[in-house]
Write a protein that binds this ligand. Structure first.
Ligand code: PEP
Length: 251
């Protein structure tokens, strides 16, 4: 049984006070939530205080990126995965499409960052997903397979225990367009098939594959009813504690 994961990506929103306020508002709303893991990903500057204020709760905290480097050094502006762990985070989102599109992330950097995250014992939420033109010419599965294989290149069987995949069709992120549940299921099933071929059946059956792209309280249930959808990575609708709690408590 794969335990579902509902993760909120707060992107570059919320000043420190706002992030803490939203995290504290979410805390009682999910205090009795056992059916899924709950994760929030505030901006770097809020991570330490949000982690401190959520200590002992059932909400885990993720960073939205990390350095590809494992060793500390002269890398201005970068944040090493162990620094993220040091402030209390358990997860890192890696290879989000906004990072690929605006900051030049490639399958190679996604792979290095995933390895850096795993090196320090954190769980990587690895994002993959096709652009609209890929889908229009029938290349969605092929593109996603290349991204997946690139991200996981060189990982060991035990590494795979700390990998969560987030399938996020880029055309559905922040656009209000959600993939139809059946359309999403088809992609999730194809991702699990690639995992079966490359990592073996046991691992493929254990890895959680989240869906991301305009997930809202009114579409989460249909998505979660699909056999290969194991959770959601939520952007816009995670910014409000009440709305995010409705998504988390979709059952
Ligand atoms: C995201 O940022 O990963 C995302 C899926 O955003 P939204 O839910 O706003 O589409």
């Amino acid at each position: 049984m794969r335990k579902p994961v509902i993760a909120g990506n707060w992107k570059m929103y919320k000043l420190l006070g706002e992030a803490v306020e939203t995290a504290l508002a979410l805390k009682p709303l999910v205090a009795n939530t056992n059916h899924c893991e709950v994760i929030i990903a505030p901006v770097f500057t809020a991570l330490k205080m949000v982690c401190d204020r959520l200590e002992g709760s059932n909400i885990k905290v993720a960073a939205q990126d990390c350095a590809a480097e494992i060793k500390h050094g002269a890398f201005t502006g970068e944040v090493c995965a162990d620094m993220i762990k040091d402030v209390g985070c358990s997860h890192i989102i890696i290879g989000h499409s906004e990072r690929r599109e605006f900051y030049g992330e490639t399958d190679r950097t996604v792979n290095l960052k995933t390895k850096a995250c795993l090196h320090y014992g954190l769980t990587a939420i690895v994002c993959i997903g096709e652009m609209l033109p890929d889908r229009e010419v029938g290349n969605a599965e092929k593109v996603v397979k290349i991204q997946l294989l690139g991200a996981l290149d060189g990982l060991t069987v035990s590494d795979m225990e700390r990998i969560i995949i987030a399938y996020e069709p880029v055309w559905a992120i922040g656009t209000g367009k959600t993939a139809m549940p059946e359309q999403a299921q088809e992609m999730h099933s194809s991702i699990r098939q690639v995992l079966t071929e490359t990592q073996g059946k046991n691992i493929a059956e254990a890895v959680r594959i989240l869906y991301g792209g305009s997930v809202k309280p009114d579409n989460v249930k249909d998505l979660m009813n699909q056999p290969d959808i194991d959770g959601a990575l939520v952007g816009g609708a995670s910014l409000d504690a009440q709305i995010f709690a409705q998504i988390i408590n979709y059952k």
